[in-house]
Design a protein around this ligand. Structure first.
Ligand SMILES: Cc1cc2nc3c(=O)[nH]c(=O)nc-3n(C[C@H](O)[C@H](O)[C@H](O)COP(=O)(O)OP(=O)(O)OC[C@H]3O[C@@H](n4cnc5c(N)ncnc54)[C@H](O)[C@@H]3O)c2cc1C
Length: 417
């Protein structure tokens, strides 16, 4: 009898990490991607690995904060108003999830998945074919206002309660860590256990090693349908009509996953949270420690010689426009927190954007469909796909191979809504 096989739709970080662990489990793996694997959400992101991020996006106060942001063209959040049933359903489920009970339940799951991923990244680091600037410098949550200070300290308290190392620092303590921070910054919470990496390098190196290990990667090939009957997906349909028979199918199509699954009878709730990033090379007075500028929700990620800044979350229905106002909002944030930082360079014009796959409760989907016995899904990691990538890959490989799971997956169930 031949080896068992899995077809994976989507070669972003989630599809690639899944392929890595499935290949190790002895599966024959084929990845099919509609692009060329060089510019998806898994590339230009901030590359932060964040066990500190234990609070799901759906949490108390998010609805009122989101409404306030909607009236500010430079704010970090926007929903394009439109009559779209899937957006309405998503928003209602988001609203239902924004409560303390959900946050309390979600926190240990998010912590465990992120922390486990960080450990798995260290295994990649030890591998001679990987070199992706994995830096264990921690993460600073910087604040300038008393209101934000209160919020960040409260979050730090919750994080500390579930076992995270947290340090509340004043301005001079912050400057000892990162002398580029200016005097306007009131303070910050330091999470020494966080890390960051160069996502473009990681994804590229992983693709190369997977190919070497026999994984087939078919690029520029769009999956337009799934053929399902009798509780099983029999084949995937490619653009042009060609059908490919599948034994097991994993959908890891990022923000497109709901659309890919449409014809399988499995409904998942997902919106695309578009975000921007800009990467600066050899910038003078570059910040030293990765940080979130909390009032503007801007991510600052020094990666090797580069500085990558990113932000905004626009639920815009896969819009391809670059919203200059929101980008200006990101740029204007930097000098409010750092001294002598001059980003007025040509590099500012090289804007990257990607779509974060966002679920209504801020938890990923990782599991097996109850509609088809050979259909699996791994998506919905929103702003933590890099951070949770390796652990998600390992977990879905355990689920597909029906081996003992390393963690409780009940909060990642596909049918939880
Ligand atoms: C500005 C910004 C900053 C971010 N910063 C961080 C960070 O610091 N840390 C972190 O952990 N996360 C971060 N993220 C989030 C992270 O980038 C995502 O969670 C992650 O990349 C999602 O990976 P994925 O594999 O699910 O999706 P993707 O990378 O989007 O991959 C999905 C793939 O599926 C393919 N596909 C889609 N439809 C089809 C089809 N029909 N047929 C074939 N192929 C298909 C696509 O071409 C794509 O390659 C950030 C995101 C943004 C936008």
């Amino acid at each position: 009898m031949g080896r068992k096989s899995v077809h994976i739709v989507g070669g972003g970080i989630i599809g690639l990490c899944s392929a890595w662990y499935l290949n190790q489990q002895g599966f024959e793996v084929t990845i099919i991607d509609k692009g060329d694997l060089t510019d998806g959400a898994s590339h230009g992101n901030a590359g932060m690995v964040v066990p500190s991020h234990v609070i799901p996006l759906a949490s108390p106060g998010m609805i009122s904060q989101g409404i306030k942001w909607m009236f500010n063209s430079k704010s970090p959040f926007y929903v394009k108003p439109r009559l779209d049933l899937s957006l309405l359903q998503w928003t209602y489920k988001f609203y239902k999830s924004c409560n303390e009970g959900h946050v309390k339940k979600a926190m240990p799951f998010l912590f465990h998945l992120n922390e486990w991923s960080k450990e798995l990244y260290q295994e990649f680091v030890a591998h001679p074919e990987f070199n992706f600037n994995f830096q264990k410098d921690g993460l600073l949550m910087l604040y300038r206002t008393a209101h934000q200070e209160e919020e960040e300290k409260e979050l730090a308290e919750k994080a500390h309660h579930i076992g995270l190392d947290t340090q509340v620092l004043n301005n001079s303590q912050l400057k000892e860590l990162d002398p580029h921070i200016n005097s306007e910054v009131k303070g910050g919470v330091y999470f020494p256990g966080d890390a960051n990496l160069h996502p473009n390098k990681f994804v590229k190196q992983l693709t190369t090693v997977l190919k070497k290990n026999g994984v087939i990667i078919q690029t520029n090939t769009e999956v337009v349908g799934l053929e399902e009957h009798g509780g099983k997906v029999h084949s995937i349909v490619l653009e042009g009509g060609q059908k490919v028979a599948v034994e097991n199918l994993l959908v890891a199509g990022g923000a497109w996953s709901a659309q890919i699954l449409k014809k399988s009878g499995l409904k998942i709730y997902l919106q695309d949270g578009k975000g921007y990033s800009v990467t600066f090379n050899s910038l003078a007075n570059k910040p030293k420690i990765p940080a979130i500028l909390t009032e503007g929700k801007v991510a600052v990620s020094p990666i090797g010689d580069e500085l990558r800044i990113g932000g905004t979350l626009e639920l815009g229905g896969m819009s391809t426009n670059i919203n200059q106002n929101r980008l200006d909002g990101i740029f204007e944030c930097l000098p409010k927190y750092y001294q002598e930082i001059d980003i007025d360079t040509e590099q500012k014009k090289k804007v990257w954007y990607g779509y974060r796959p966002c679920t209504p409760d801020g938890m990923p989907y990782i599991g097996k469909a109850d509609t088809c016995n050979n259909l699996y899904v791994a998506t919905g990691h929103a702003m933590m796909g890099v951070s949770m990538g390796p652990a998600t890959g390992k977990l879905i490989a355990e689920i597909i191979s029906d081996t003992k799971q390393s963690m409780d997956t009940s909060m990642f169930r596909l049918n939880r809504f």
